[in-house]
Ligand binder design. Structure first.
Ligand code: 6R9
Length: 647
């Protein structure tokens, strides 16, 4: 834990929206009078019919519901577009920076509005109605934002599947949500190489389980030749050209769904996290404004992909609701070389830059010279998200990128929370490298012991949130019981985050990582169970156990223990084949970094795999295995230690 404290910079505090006194006063009001606080701040967005009820929440597991602004109506796309037209129609809404550094485009609010209206009409003409599901499987190009907003405009529910996911992963999600339309592109482009999105989509849609998809909309992006199904496929450009640019926004109830986003849990298949419209937009826009100290005219860049929640809340919905200029970057930090991020900051005069620790660590390894080459004088605020940031990476980011002038907001949140829950505010919070620091308005975190008893003062525990906030997820798509089980049953009466945390003497929170079988690889969440079930789906595999292992760049890497069927030979070819198999089943981000043959796995007498032991062996900490006396066959441990991969 780092001992350094960086007090709020006077320079920043002077111009900031929230200073120390204001944070204290607003936080106090937000927890003492949540109805009053959220009633007032709900007005930051435009309502068609204003709400009269603010909050209606029950965490009772037998009757659990979460409703905010429930009698209000609005349209999310109109809030992100139409309401800005009179005042900032000619301002840039989206700066698109291509994978190829010579490609960029500025899209004004007026232009974005027209594109969204046309595509919304095109979706309607394909029979997409309010409540229908649309899966978006696109690269980081403007059409991704247009697709999201077009769905929002007509009340369709979008579900974005990250372009790095495999056909299998895509198929599972399309089937689970019963999508009517899927949107993809001929190819994606990353680091100069094409990604075969249309081909993947074709393969996914050929799965026998998929019966609901009527149209596949294809954005022409790289111009690559692709197979075509006349009965099903349509070009995005054609349907937009044919559609009218006039599309009045559909009136949506605050509690109607806006999107479903699949995320990994500790068990079973990924779950569809469902967010609704009113509360989500209030929370995403408010956190975007205050956490990044966003001022009119700022150029804001979040490097995430719209396939993750960070892209939803902090590339598209939050910034556009606030009338910001948001940058969408198609490429990768290392292409054409390790100065790309900083070149883009210089080129577009970025003021606010938000990225992930894994990217910072990778760039840090390349050396500060790459940073120093660029003029970063436009930067004012830096952000971090996705996993705990180690103090060394924080200090490097602060010194080399921020030149010791830019506060770093280390923002802790989850797909489920819709927006940032714990983070410094630039003008109000002293910074401690490695700590996400203090709760946002309306958020009351608590630390519980294993019995669910609330712990006081400086201590470690299970991080829970005591009361609801407007951006909270409402259910698991199609499985409300799973929602209750996952988040409200271990500790009744509170929202369980699945993270552990420590609180220090100053009340700062330090997230220590997941307490369940979820691992965090380069900021991407993955259930070890998902990788295991991909492995055991291979005909030669009898059993598999997967754990996270510390990794210098990725934060955590994937370590797989595999038991083969009795008649199978463990060969290097088979090892490579299994790694490839997992890539195919889930996607490249799930590739095991290590794969160890294990004739047996350490199990309790009741047959439970003891992951604690597997984690220690993977991390080379096998001299601290702890109690192994409950193992059915303690002998397997020696074999695992002798044959470990991470030496
Ligand atoms: C937004 C996002 C959520 C999990 C979360 C936690 C980890 C995210 C963090 C962080 C420490 C931070 N996490 N931000 N841990 N400090 N600033 O990443 O959502 O993909 O759902 O992941 O990521 O473990 O529970 P999601």
């Amino acid at each position: 834990m780092s001992a350094n404290v960086y007090p709020v910079s006077e320079e920043i505090a002077k111009g900031a929206l929230i200073d120390k006194a204001k944070y204290d006063a607003m936080y106090k009001q937000s927890v003492e009078d949540p109805e009053g606080f959220w009633g007032e701040h709900g007005k930051r967005i435009d309502w068609i019919k204003p709400y009269t009820k603010v909050k209606n929440v029950s965490y009772d597991p037998h009757n659990l519901y979460i409703k905010w602004y429930e009698d209000g109506t609005l349209n999310v796309a109109a809030n992100c577009l139409d309401r800005h037209l009179a005042t900032r129609g000619d301002q840039t809404a989206i700066i698109f920076e291509g994978d190829d550094p010579s490609v960029s485009e500025h899209i004004t609010y007026k232009d974005l509005h027209e594109r969204v209206c046309r595509f919304a009409n095109a979706l309607k003409s394909m029979g997409v109605n309010k409540g229908d599901r649309v899966v978006i499987y696109l690269p980081m190009i403007p059409a991704a934002a247009v697709s999201m907003l077009a769905c929002a405009r007509i009340g369709a529910i979008h579900s974005i599947v990250f372009g790095g996911f495999s056909p299998e992963a895509l198929a599972g999600r399309v089937e689970d949500c019963g999508a009517k339309v899927v949107i993809t592109s001929d190819e994606g482009l990353r680091g100069g190489r094409g990604v075969a999105l249309k081909r993947n989509a074709d393969e996914a849609l050929s799965h026998p389980g998929i019966k609901t998809v009527e149209k596949l909309v294809v954005v022409k992006h790289t111009g690559k030749d692709i197979p075509w199904n006349d009965a099903r496929d349509v070009w995005y450009q054609d349907v937009c050209d044919a559609a009218s640019p006039d599309c009045p926004p559909t009136e949506i109830n605050a509690e109607d769904p806006l999107f479903v986003l699949y995320t990994s849990g500790s068990t079973g298949k990924p779950k569809g996290v469902l967010h609704t419209s009113g509360g989500y937009l209030v929370y995403a826009s408010m956190t975007h404004q205050y956490v990044f100290d966003y001022h009119d005219g700022d150029i804001y860049w979040c490097t995430a992909d719209v396939g993750w929640v960070t892209g939803h809340s902090y590339i598209v919905y939050g910034p556009l609701a606030n009338g910001a200029t948001t940058l969408m970057f198609e490429g990768v930090p290392s292409y054409p070389d390790a100065s790309r991020f900083w070149q883009v900051c210089e080129k577009h005069k970025v003021n606010i830059f938000y990225t992930a620790p894994t990217a910072i660590r990778a760039l840090m390894r390349e050396g500060a010279d790459w940073v120093d080459k660029a003029d970063l004088s436009s930067l004012r605020i830096l952000g971090s998200v996705g996993e705990p940031i180690n103090p060394e990476a924080w200090e490097w980011y602060h010194e080399h990128v921020g030149k010791r002038k830019c506060p770093i907001v280390d923002t802790w949140w989850q797909t489920e929370t819709g927006g940032i829950l714990i983070s410094p505010l630039p003008g109000a919070t002293d910074l401690k490298p490695g700590s996400a620091s203090v709760p946002f308005f309306g958020i009351e975190p608590a630390l519980l012991d294993h019995e669910g008893k609330e712990l006081e003062g400086a201590t470690d525990g299970n991080l829970v949130i005591k009361y609801s906030w407007p951006g909270q997820m409402r259910t698991v798509y199609g499985d409300h019981e799973r929602f209750i089980q996952t988040y409200f049953s271990a500790f009744p009466g509170v929202y369980t985050t699945g993270d552990g945390a420590r609180r220090d003497e100053d009340g700062y929170y330090w997230i220590t990582g997941r307490v369940d079988d979820v691992i965090n690889v380069s900021g991407h969440r993955m259930g070890t169970a998902e990788v295991e079930s991909a492995l055991v789906a291979h005909p030669k595999v009898a059993e598999a156990a997967v754990v996270g292992v510390p990794h210098d760049i990725k934060g955590q890497g994937i370590y797989a223990y595999v038991t083969l069927n009795a008649d199978e030979e463990p060969t290097e070819e088979l090892r490579a084949e299994l790694v490839k198999w997992v890539r195919k089943e889930i996607g490249p981000i799930a590739s095991p970094d290590y794969l160890q043959w294990s004739p047996g796995l350490p199990k309790t007498r009741s047959g439970k795999i003891m992951r604690r032991i597997l984690r220690k062996i993977a991390a080379n900490e096998y001299d601290q295995l702890g109690d192994t006396s409950t193992l059915a066959d303690p002998g397997v441990v020696d074999d695992l230690i002798d044959n470990r991969q991470n030496r």
